[in-house]
Write a protein that binds this ligand. Structure first.
Ligand code: HQG
Length: 183
């Protein structure tokens, strides 16, 4: 994807996940905001973004490695990743039997002691595929580790999981008893 679109995608993530107020946007309880307001804010943010419109957002959707945003009925939201202070409403869903979490070896001791915590985000992020988890882990340090989460078992015992997008699942925390290390 060309640089302009990568930068645009990062700024949209920042606006919709972390700091909507910096762009004079307000998110509703499920994270939606007006698409037209977002486009206006982006056009003001950088001079070279003045001509951007829906077509550029659609190109980001088509060319990104991940599905990060949802656009519907004149509104847009981030699928996952939020850190805004008000916890967003997500729809509970039945997870697959196993999910994966990529991290770095340096975090294993606290994770195995206290479980997976959302840290600075609203939810713990889990991947439905090991390959995606590996990519996430590689961003955290030199020694990526893929943890397996027995999500089916946790769900049957009452833990709630939420859909991010097709590949990303969210939950409030994962207790160490449901986490398996690689062999
Ligand atoms: C670690 C990307 C110590 C956890 C990805 C992770 C994802 C603990 C870090 C999405 C811990 C938090 C989110 C504990 C968890 N003690 N460390 N008890 N519990 N951790 O960035 O899951 O490309 O907030 O292992 O694809 O890495 O941005 O979460 O290393 O879906 O669209 O604390 O972001 O998507 O890191 O990544 P993050 P994440 P995008």
């Amino acid at each position: 994807m060309e640089k302009l679109l990568v930068n645009l995608s990062r700024t949209i993530s920042h606006a919709l996940r972390h700091a909507p107020w910096q762009y004079e946007l307000e998110l509703d309880d499920a994270g939606w905001t007006s698409l037209e307001d977002l486009l206006q804010a982006l056009r003001q943010h950088r001079r070279q973004w003045q001509p951007i419109g829906l077509a550029e957002l659609e190109r980001i959707q088509a060319e990104s490695d991940k599905q990060r945003f949802e656009i519907k009925d004149g509104r847009i939201r981030a699928f996952y990743g939020h850190s805004v202070p008000t916890k967003l409403r997500k729809e509970p869903a039945q997870p697959p039997e196993r999910l994966y979490h990529g991290t770095d070896r340096q975090f294993l001791t606290p994770i195995l002691r206290h479980g997976l915590k959302p840290m600075r985000r609203q939810y713990v992020h889990l991947s439905s595929e090991q390959e995606t988890a590996l990519q996430v882990g590689q961003r955290k340090g030199e020694q990526p580790v893929i943890l397996t989460v027995r999500s089916g078992e946790a769900h049957r015992l009452g833990q709630v999981f939420y859909h991010g997008n097709e590949m990303v699942w969210l939950t409030d925390m994962v207790s160490p008893e449901f986490i398996d290390l690689p062999e």
